[in-house]
Design a protein around this ligand. Structure first.
Ligand SMILES: NC(=O)c1ccc[n+]([C@@H]2O[C@H](COP(=O)([O-])OP(=O)(O)OC[C@H]3O[C@@H](n4cnc5c(N)ncnc54)[C@H](O)[C@@H]3O)[C@@H](O)[C@H]2O)c1
Length: 375
């Protein structure tokens, strides 16, 4: 049991901390937010937002009753409106910003309507799954005075930002090639919370667009360019008709040539046995002076016997990129800085993935210009 003096000291320190927190609250202007889609990702965005000062949840919206109830419970502090109608959320004058975390095929329509209703928008990745609709959103977002952030939260990793800086400063010499992968030992849950849309490529954009947009966006960022050409092959090889009607691939291999000449090789599979070496995800960048492992942050200089060098410090414990990304969104609304993934990064990331998907679907080399989007 703690002594009375220790207890009093804790109370004293606790009240100091509370006073400091309320000062932060008082200093920040309140931002009134709403969530459209409160499933797996929407739930995570709610938690990240509740961790921020001066963000008030005015509404939560979902078609599914259980998801809506859960969101209402998590946000009970703010007593938000609950609704199944996303247009009702956009008509609320006391909502400044909306988060969109619905299935991917709904993003563009909802994001355009939200911007047109005068709301700041945090739209989950991929911002869209077809080039033409992305072009439409790009046009509206560019003209809007409202903040648009896409959920490519890996852009909020400070160690990755430090690596980008090192690469720009010439750490690697001339960047020549990237080798990256995302290999899982199992498929996504066939009966999971997102299985009603995730395996349907018309709704998700295919797993390449839905998931690998993160990995491909990181490559775009690290090498400071976007593809000019893509080719690739893939399909459903192991998890045929699982779940029934599945159209989303379970394995594919992609090759890109970037506008700056860098060549990229990327694979994504859902059947890499757990015991087989070489699983998981990595991104290696090769330059004329050596190669960089973008996860360990180790740079391997050219030459026999050369020792790896730590190119950036990875924070320990790992930084919470989800919270940082939400914080950057709210800060940009308050006029403090620019969030690291806006409309241009969102559109370029989604289009990079779509270019690869179309190359695979059409079994031919696709050119960026074929996408027909002005970016
Ligand atoms: N940034 C990330 O790391 C990350 C991680 C996971 C998912 N995501 C993205 O977030 C989005 C949602 O994914 P999820 O895993 O949360 O899926 P989910 O299925 O768990 O949640 C989606 C929710 O949207 C609701 N919904 C569907 N249509 C709606 C409508 N018309 N109006 C209101 N609600 C509606 C569904 O009922 C469901 O609860 C997807 O775009 C996905 O790619 C991003």
């Amino acid at each position: 049991m703690s002594s009375p003096s220790v207890t009093r000291r804790h109370v004293f320190l606790g009240s100091l901390a509370a006073a400091a927190a309320s000062k932060v609250q008082a200093q920040e202007s309140e931002i009134r937010v709403a969530f459209i889609g409160t499933g797996g990702r929407g739930g995570s965005l709610i938690r990240s937002t509740l961790a921020q000062p001066a963000a008030k949840v005015m509404a939560v919206c979902d078609l599914k009753g259980d998801r809506l109830d859960r969101a209402a419970t998590t946000t009970a502090r703010d007593k938000p409106k609950t609704t199944r109608d996303w247009k009702e959320v956009l008509s609320m004058a006391d909502v400044d910003a909306v988060y969109i975390a619905t299935p991917c095929d709904l993003h563009v329509e909802m994001a355009i309507a939200a911007l047109e209703a005068g709301k700041h928008v945090y739209c989950e990745k991929p911002i869209g799954i077809q080039p033409a609709e992305i072009g439409r959103l790009l046009e509206v977002a560019r003209k809007s005075s409202k903040v648009f952030v896409t959920g490519q939260q890996m852009r909020s990793l400070t160690y990755r930002a430090a690596l980008v800086e090192k690469i720009r400063e010439g750490l690697l010499g001339e960047v020549m090639m990237v080798k990256a992968q995302r290999h899982s030992s199992d498929d996504l849950n066939h009966q999971g919370g997102s299985s009603d849309w995730f395996f349907d490529a018309r709704r998700s954009g295919d797993v390449l667009v839905e998931q690998s947009v993160h990995n491909l966006d990181q490559i775009n960022w690290l090498i400071g360019s976007r593809p000019a050409f893509a080719s690739g092959f893939g399909g459903v090889m192991k998890w045929k008709d699982q779940p029934p009607g599945r159209t989303s691939m379970d394995g594919y291999t992609l090759s890109y040539e970037y506008a700056n000449g860098v060549k990229v090789s990327y694979t994504n599979v859902f059947f890499h046995p757990a015991g087989l070496p070489g699983g998981g995800a990595y991104t290696y960048i090769y330059g004329t002076k050596g190669a960089l492992d973008c996860d360990s942050c180790l740079f391997y200089p050219e030459g026999r016997g050369a020792q790896p060098i730590e190119a950036a410090k990875k924070p320990q414990p790992a930084e919470n990129m989800n919270e940082k990304h939400v914080e950057a969104f709210l800060n940009q609304i308050r006029g403090k800085g620019k969030a690291p993934a806006g409309i241009e990064e969102g559109a370029t990331g989604a289009l990079t993935a779509i270019l690869g998907r179309e190359a695979i679907y059409n079994k031919r080399v696709m050119r960026w210009v074929d996408l027909g989007v002005n970016i």
